[in-house]
Design a protein around this ligand. Structure first.
Ligand code: NAD
Length: 251
């Protein structure tokens, strides 16, 4: 495929976890993947893996808390590629904070990355996106189906992502730009497993008894749904948040 024929796919938070799996999935599909993250070594490693497998990718440092950085990167991509074809707004953090210890700073920390961070990347990209382009935002079952102890600000941000998806989808439907979300359940990534984050190292033991499929999900099982939502196979699908959780919630 000639470079100009490839779709340009921008993924935030693509150095590890679900974002990394999505980068590999789009690259295997023949797309040119813009891997972005605050983790530079890990992001460069994803690009190296993709290129070693014969795929096309480039890394850019992007902290989604910076409007200036998002504007500058998207302007550069718009200039070089004539508009972004697919945005996967994936970067996110899930910090444990009991409401009794909530401060304005801790509240803002999560909302800033998980909700504003998506808008910051999507906003400058929209004017140059063409019919057939699509946006996929990562919500969570904690934003669509239920809450979890010490995750009030995370649930709030991820519910906000549902509003972002629905509002944008309606506003851009007649321009041929589709906007959808994915609400993962418990997926085997650093966010879920690291001590101090979400469920922690015992996540599989804690969550599996409640999951009808009796296991955590794999990042690739989210990436494949993201890829479908960005494909022409989903050409009449917009404004939806697809739950991918091994049957845990009714959706
Ligand atoms: P992860 O922690 O493995 O990866 C998140 C990525 O986002 C990391 O590469 C991190 O460096 C990046 N990131 C964090 N802050 C950033 C910032 N300010 N700017 C740019 N990048 C930043 O997490 P994951 O599990 O792969 O999560 C991906 C998305 O899926 C997140 O939005 C998360 O909330 C959502 N999600 C995950 C699960 C799960 O069980 N793992 C469940 C539901 C939703």
């Amino acid at each position: 495929m000639h470079q100009m024929d490839k779709r340009t796919v921008l993924i935030t938070g693509a150095a590890i976890g679900i974002g990394r799996a999505a980068a590999q999935c789009f690259a295997a599909n023949g797309d040119h993947v813009i891997v972005t993250d605050v983790l530079e070594d890990e992001g460069e490693a994803v690009v190296a893996e993709i290129q070693a497998a014969g795929g096309s990718a480039e890394f850019h440092t992007l902290d989604v808390r910076s409007t200036e950085a998002a504007d500058a990167l998207v302007a550069d991509l718009n200039l070089r590629f004539g508009g972004i074809d697919v945005i996967v707004a994936n970067a996110g953090i899930a910090l444990r904070v009991p409401m009794s210890e909530m401060t304005d700073e801790k509240w803002h920390q999560t909302i800033d990355v998980d909700l504003y961070g998506m808008m910051r990347v999507i906003r400058p990209a929209l004017p140059a996106m063409k019919p057939g382009a699509s946006i996929i935002c990562l919500s969570s079952i904690m934003g669509t189906a239920y809450g979890w102890n010490e995750h009030v600000q995370y649930s709030t941000a991820k519910s906000g992502v549902v509003g972002l998806v629905r509002g944008l989808a309606v506003e851009y439907a007649d321009k041929g730009i589709r906007v959808n979300g994915v609400a993962p359940g418990y997926i085997r990534t650093a966010q879920l497993l690291n001590p101090g984050h979400s469920l922690g190292p015992d996540a599989a033991d804690i969550a599996s008894p409640y999951i009808p499929m009796r296991r955590l999900g794999d990042p690739a099982e989210i990436a494949s749904v993201i890829k479908f939502l960005a494909s022409s196979d989903a050409s009449y699908l917009t404004g939806q948040v697809v739950t991918v959780d091994g049957g845990l919630t009714p959706g």
